[in-house]
Design a binder for this molecule. Structure first.
Ligand code: GAF
Length: 396
């Protein structure tokens, strides 16, 4: 089913039914994949994400004569109304905190808002590691920027999204997801330096291979997973490293011998976390070179090494994902596989020969069902543009 039938039309119809009016604007805010570079976005690393053709669609209308903003989360069957002139605080509904966290940052002298009616609906599965929360935060910041002429840059929109997650959702995430959702480009992978936010685009030519996502259907939330705890482990490790090597500029400039020298002082846990990170930062650079050189086989090897690191050193995998990766790698035509995103559930990303994909999917789905009694989901995603407004041709 195309995106119009699957997402845009139902969102507009819900808007019509609830608000007895037509939306004035439609926006599409995408989820993301990440080829390689996990958990390094808060440690001065590089990441290789891309926006995908799974979106949150927002249908929006401005109400110049009121101060009330009503937002309907169609898929959740919930709605929330707030006064745009009153100071914003976090609320019970988690989905609303992503939105309010954005609004609270923009509620400042000089920015004038009025009421709004908004319906949103999504094809980004929640809790699957495809960053539905970044799509929600950044989508809302983009809407406000567009409707109220706030003159925000794309980088500012991404940073506002990230801060909303820190302050209102309680997750100390990096910048990767928000950046990918805002800066995505059709058929291009982003090489992002998470220290400077400089970035460049790569052609995503995988030469007869494709990236398939296998959703374990193990749902996670980074608020309750070990995400924040991993960050603490890493921060402790960094403190010890900088205490011993104060002249070092960026985390990625530490070397493995330096890390080994402070192992005892750092303790086993932080050592393992930092070891993974320093190796992962190097893997991303090698992966970017492999893609540029068309060495897709080596790219696959690096993905699989990342999984091993995430599973044993960073310890963010789970039985279901380890099972999926291990069994996928045994299939013919598979070059690499790994858990993707923050971990603790969600999807694996798999580099599979295009003409073998069907056989691999069949074999893995059966094995997974038999072992865990769970039907895995398969997403064949297309690398797509970042957040954008959809124009009239899509309004019915
Ligand atoms: C989650 C976070 F939100 C990102 O910032 C990133 O750290 C990722 O996990 C792991 O690479 O998606």
């Amino acid at each position: 089913m195309d995106i119009h039938e699957q997402l845009i039309r139902p969102t507009i119809e819900k808007f019509n039914a609830e608000f007895k009016a037509e939306p004035e604007h439609l926006f599409l805010s995408p989820g993301r994949i990440n080829i390689i570079g996990e958990h390094v976005d808060y440690s001065d690393g590089f990441v290789l994400p891309a926006a995908i053709d799974k979106y949150i669609c927002f249908a929006v209308r401005k109400l110049p004569r009121t101060n009330f903003c009503t937002i309907i989360a169609k898929d959740l069957g919930e709605e929330y109304t707030f006064d745009v002139t009153v100071e914003i605080k976090p609320v019970q509904q988690m989905w609303m905190n992503y939105i309010l966290g954005v609004f609270s940052q923009l509620q400042k002298p000089g920015n004038k808002f009025c009421g709004m009616e908004i319906v949103f609906s999504s094809t980004i599965p929640m809790g699957s590691g495809l960053s539905s929360s970044a799509a929600l935060e950044c989508g809302f910041a983009y809407i406000l920027n567009n409707l109220f002429d706030l003159q925000l840059t794309k980088k500012e929109i991404a940073v506002i999204g990230q801060k909303s997650e820190h302050t209102f959702a309680g997750v100390q995430c990096g910048i990767m997801d928000q950046f990918a959702s805002v800066f995505g480009k059709e058929d291009k992978v982003i090489m992002l330096d998470c220290n400077s936010l400089e970035h460049q685009y790569f052609d995503a030519d995988l030469k007869g291979y494709s990236l398939l996502l296998f959703d374990s259907c193990v749902k996670h939330s980074h608020l309750t997973s070990g995400y924040n705890e991993r960050r603490k482990d890493v921060e402790h490790g960094k403190k010890v490293l900088w205490k011993n090597f104060p002249e070092t500029q960026k985390f990625r400039d530490f070397t493995l011998p330096m890390l080994d020298r402070v192992k005892d002082e750092m303790g086993d846990i932080s050592y393992k976390r930092c070891l993974y990170l320093l190796k992962e930062i190097q893997r991303v650079e090698m992966a970017a070179k492999a893609i540029s050189a068309g060495d897709i086989e080596y790219l696959g090897t690096l993905l699989t090494e990342t999984h091993a690191g995430l599973s044993t050193e960073f310890e963010v995998s789970c039985n279901e994902l380890d099972f999926l990766v291990e069994n996928t790698l045994q299939q013919e035509g598979v070059l690499g596989a790994r858990i993707m995103g923050g971990g603790f559930g969600g999807c694996s990303i798999n580099l599979i020969q295009e003409d073998k994909a069907e056989e691999v999917i069949k074999a893995i789905s059966e094995k997974y069902l038999e072992h865990f009694n769970i039907r895995m989901k398969i997403y064949q995603v297309k690398i797509s543009d970042g957040i954008k407004e959809y124009t009239n041709e899509y309004i019915i």
